[in-house]
Design a protein around this ligand. Structure first.
Ligand code: C5P
Length: 202
């Protein structure tokens, strides 16, 4: 019942969120979608707040705001996430969740590399840019967000580039992270593949 960390990184809309939630449910662990932290800071920055101040005083309740899942907030998230001071303000909270009793699944961009390099399971969940954009487009449309496939392709590409190129904690596959490529997988297959890695480490 001690700490057991499943660290999941990968580009936008690769299926990290779905896989993480399913793993947390299946293995009875906590789950933290760390992208929400950056999105919550971004939402406050878009409302005029200073991003570092917003990150320093971030409250859990702010992660539940319904408007964090918009393309506009996503773009701003990848901008505020490039600021090392914003990132530093969010490290402690993420590490506490990662090492809590009972285990935790964390997904983001720097979980295997920076937040929890000691994690028992490290995965890099990815998919082709086309598949990722299609999935995000369907997801947004299902939620009634007005957008086009071209817009989503542009959003995903811009964020991936910014996230991969920033100097502090860039998105990269950790050397010891297992790759789960979900391009040709159903949700169930992706969850099964990821579960296999957790079961072998338990
Ligand atoms: O995962 P999600 O798409 O919600 O993340 C939004 C943005 O937050 C990413 O594009 C990235 O810039 C940033 N992020 C990050 N590090 C994390 C999680 C998210 O820089 N661990």
């Amino acid at each position: 019942d001690g700490p057991f960390t499943v660290a999941i990184d990968g580009p936008a809309a690769a299926g990290k969120g779905t896989v993480s939630r399913a793993l947390a449910e299946r293995f009875g662990m906590a789950h933290l979608d760390t992208g929400l932290l950056y999105r919550a800071v971004a939402a406050q920055a878009l409302a005029g707040a200073d991003p570092v101040a917003a990150a320093t005083s971030l409250m859990m309740a702010e992660l539940e705001r319904a408007d964090l899942r918009t393309p506009e907030v996503a773009q701003e998230a990848s901008r505020v996430a490039a600021d090392p001071e914003v990132r530093r303000a969010l490290v402690g909270f993420q590490r506490r969740i990662a090492r809590q009793a009972g285990g935790a699944v964390l997904d983001g961009r720097d979980i295997c590399t920076v937040i929890a390099p000691e994690a028992e399971v490290k995965l890099f969940v990815t998919a082709s840019a086309e598949r990722r954009a299609e999935r995000r487009f369907e997801e947004l449309r299902a939620r009634g967000v007005e957008t086009t496939l071209e817009e989503v392709v542009g959003d995903v590409r811009a964020r991936d580039e910014r996230d991969a190129r920033r100097r502090d904690a860039p998105m990269v596959r950790a050397e010891d992270a297992e790759v789960v490529d979900t391009t040709a997988m159903t949700i169930e297959e992706a969850v099964e593949a990821a579960s296999g890695f957790v079961e072998r480490a338990l």
